[in-house]
Design a protein around this ligand. Structure first.
Ligand code: SF4
Ligand code: SF4
Length: 137
């Protein structure tokens, strides 16, 4: 007898519950779409205008991103990251990009976390990342 669920479910090599939520901290831009804004508004029972103003800001001329606040571990992080549990405080209202990330069986940041904990022989060590993007000429 075969188990279809096991056969088709992709194997995942990271565990967000054992990670300080690097992805919610290192990316300065967590983009929100109109659909995300509608979802946020519904989640908080406010108008789309209020949700847009309160929870997001403009990045550049036209991109709308989630607001960020200081974070004791990563310096700065999404304002919706729960600083105690390191989980998303608006899980059912989070933007689509957060739902899809990392969109592959491995998470590079989780891999580095595990790598450094082994390398430093310290199960609690926290490697810190900063990532910026520029065009390669
Ligand atoms: S950085 Fe990777 S492992 Fe950590 S919370 Fe984000 S997706 Fe999960
Ligand atoms: S909305 Fe939640 S999952 Fe998305 S960046 Fe913020 S804390 Fe992380």
């Amino acid at each position: 007898m075969t188990n279809k669920l096991t056969e088709t479910a992709p194997r995942i090599f990271y565990d967000c519950t054992k990670c300080p939520a690097f992805c919610c901290g290192i990316y300065e831009r967590v983009s929100v779409t109109k659909r995300d804004l509608n979802r946020l508004a519904r989640y908080f029972s406010v108008t789309v205008e209020v949700a847009t103003r309160r929870y997001t800001k403009l990045w550049g001329k036209s991109e709308r991103v989630l607001r960020r606040t200081p974070d004791p571990l990563l310096g700065e992080a999404c304002r919706f990251l729960d600083r105690q549990t390191r989980g998303c405080s608006i899980y059912h209202g989070r933007p689509n990009v957060c739902r899809e990330y990392p969109a592959r069986p491995r998470c590079a940041y989780y891999d580095v976390l595990q790598f450094e904990r082994t390398q430093q022989d310290d199960p609690d060590v926290l490697p810190l990342f900063q990532i910026t993007f520029r065009k390669a000429e």
